[in-house]
Design a protein around this ligand. Structure first.
Ligand SMILES: [Zn+2]
Length: 554
């Protein structure tokens, strides 16, 4: 850590500052420990596949967590891959295997294998003893494999049902009558590890114990494991957790994780100081959000739910340099890690946190962001008609009926819309802060800093010369000889006569035009702003301390 000094010195400084200045007593430094490794969930939950492969160009070791530490079970040299699948029924046809709901009477094309097995002998105290037995047996019965289920065991074959097992036990008893044989019945929690090249089942495990797959190191190569066409640094952990299909976790060093994450958040071609600022913000973000998936057995997932992580292929030289140059550095406020929110472009001014997400955070205050101007998102326009808006609302389970009007009720002092009213034939609802972006789509409505116009807006010349106030025809009255009536129009149109010609206006707006600025929630660091500041000569600490008010890089 950059600013690691003894606590006494800080106490002295704090005492000095407190004595000499009446307004600034915060000189606290946090003792933040960045963990060595991080665990990223690549596959978990019910929706995930129960069959996948893991490959390595350099070979791999398979370890099992046993009695508090990892034990190397299997050694695979050279380019190789393993298949990980649930212990289930499979139909193998033309080299493809599909999990099936096995029906005994049904006829299957190709081979069918099942989740019944035979246990040979007793329970062994450790994996070595069981592996010794497998070595002795494999010359006689090649289909034996190592199993872990309440202890180490030796199992055989992938039978379809109990009767197949009993029949086979009879045969085995004739050959060796002094050994105990028992039928193993199906259990969906079991996981098989198969040698991809030979097709041999190597390990079957039924426990929450972790199986670790480590790629072998090779000179001149970054060792990695391939999963679903993507290469990952570090190790893979396979686990059978309750309420979940097979869980696959990538365990790697914290910085290696950032090597991949930083360039997917900010183009690696951007200025080094901007990349460094992003590296520190990403480190903070990961540290603060870690633990989101404790219940699933890992720290963060690999999707945007936590932070998009796509492994080795994302890495770029410059962003890796930025991560290394800021090793262990974090941003703190009053001695605690901050939630380092960042966004693409503020449009010229960032926002106070409470105007976007509801909670007030002292270090997320609106700041001037002139350096972000010139980004592709300085100004944008989105046009939506009322049918499209109705549809977007419906997608979010909101039914206000036919939309008759939308208007801005309240803005923050910097101009972001904090209250937007949508009037419908059934209901009128006020959407506060960021809510409207989640409804219309955060890419559609790029920010909540916008002006709203409709095709029913009429500018009426006011009493002051030159001033004109926009109004909606639906709110206007016509004063005639017969009294005051609301404008209804004919087929939703009214004609307004000007000096030389008449123009038709909608009474109920059909088209809504959002003229906006910036892209993102507008809180904390704007990435285009960081780029602009870096290009103007500011360093990453100045950039971060600008966007996160009164915070410190340490
Ligand atoms: Zn997540």
């Amino acid at each position: 850590m950059k600013a690691k000094k003894s606590a006494i010195i800080y106490l002295l400084i704090a005492a000095f500052v407190f004595a000499s200045s009446s307004f600034n007593s915060e000189i606290l430094y946090a003792d933040v420990a960045v963990p060595e490794t991080i665990n990223i969930g690549l596959s978990f939950g019910q929706s995930q596949a129960n069959l996948f492969t893991l490959g390595s160009e350099t070979g791999m070791n398979i370890l099992v967590h046993e009695k508090g530490s990892y034990k190397n079970l299997l050694d695979m040299t050279g380019p190789n891959y393993i298949k990980v699948r649930r212990d289930e029924y499979y139909n193998i046809l033309n080299g493809k295997e599909n999990e099936i709901n096995y029906v005994r009477a049904a006829k299957y094309e190709g081979e069918v294998i099942g989740p019944y097995h035979i246990q040979i002998g007793e329970v062994y105290t450790d994996s070595e003893a069981a592996l010794q037995v497998i070595k002795q047996l494999s010359s006689i019965t090649p289909s034996v494999f190592l199993a872990y289920e309440g202890g180490w065991k030796v199992w055989s074959q992938l039978y379809l049902d109990e009767s197949e097992c009993l029949q086979q036990i009879k045969v085995m008893k004739k050959e060796a009558s002094d050994i105990n044989y028992s039928v193993i019945y199906p259990d969906k929690k079991r996981i098989q590890i198969i040698d991809g090249t030979t097709g041999k089942l190597m390990l079957l495990i039924n426990s929450e114990e972790k199986i670790k797959i480590m790629p072998k190191e090779a000179k001149g190569k970054v060792s990695s494991l391939e999963y679903k066409g993507k290469k990952y640094r570090g190790d893979m952990i396979v686990q059978s957790l309750p309420e979940s299909n097979i869980t696959l976790i990538n365990e790697l060093s914290f910085d290696q994780y950032l090597y991949s994450v930083v360039p997917s958040e900010m183009p690696a071609s951007w200025h080094m100081e901007a990349l460094k600022a992003q590296a520190v913000a990403a480190r903070n973000y990961a540290l603060v959000t870690m633990g989101k998936h404790n219940a699933h057995g890992f720290d963060l997932c690999s999707t945007e739910h936590c932070q998009a992580y796509n492994g080795l292929a994302q890495e770029k030289e410059s962003s890796t340099e930025a991560v290394n140059a800021t090793k262990g550095q974090v941003i703190t406020y009053n001695g605690a890690l901050i939630s380092a929110f960042f966004h693409s472009s503020s449009g010229g001014h960032t926002e106070d946190s409470e105007n976007v997400w509801g909670t007030k955070t002292d270090y997320i205050r609106g700041v001037e962001d002139k350096f972000c101007l010139g980004s592709p998102y300085d100004n944008w326009t989105v046009e939506l008609n009322r049918a499209e808006i109705k549809e977007k609302l419906a997608e979010n389970g909101i039914d206000l009926g036919e939309i008759s009007d939308i208007r801005i009720l309240e803005c923050s002092k910097y101009g972001r819309v904090t209250k937007l009213e949508i009037k419908g034939s059934k209901e009128t609802r006020v959407f506060e802060k960021e809510k409207i972006r989640t409804v219309l789509g955060t890419r559609m409505l790029k920010s909540i800093w916008y002006d709203l116009k409709t095709d029913a807006d009429i500018f009426v010349r006011g009493s002051m010369i030159g001033s004109s106030e926009p109004g909606r025809t639906s709110n206007m009255h016509v004063v005639s000889a017969s009294g005051k009536t609301i404008v209804k129009g004919i087929k939703n149109k009214i004609s307004v006569k000007g000096m030389n010609s008449a123009k038709a206006y909608n009474v109920i707006p059909d088209k809504y035009t959002f003229d906006g600025k910036g892209f993102g929630h507008g809180l904390g660091m704007s990435q285009y702003g960081a780029k602009g500041m870096a290009e103007a000569g500011y360093n990453y600490e100045e950039i971060l301390e600008h966007y996160y008010q009164n915070s410190r890089v340490q």
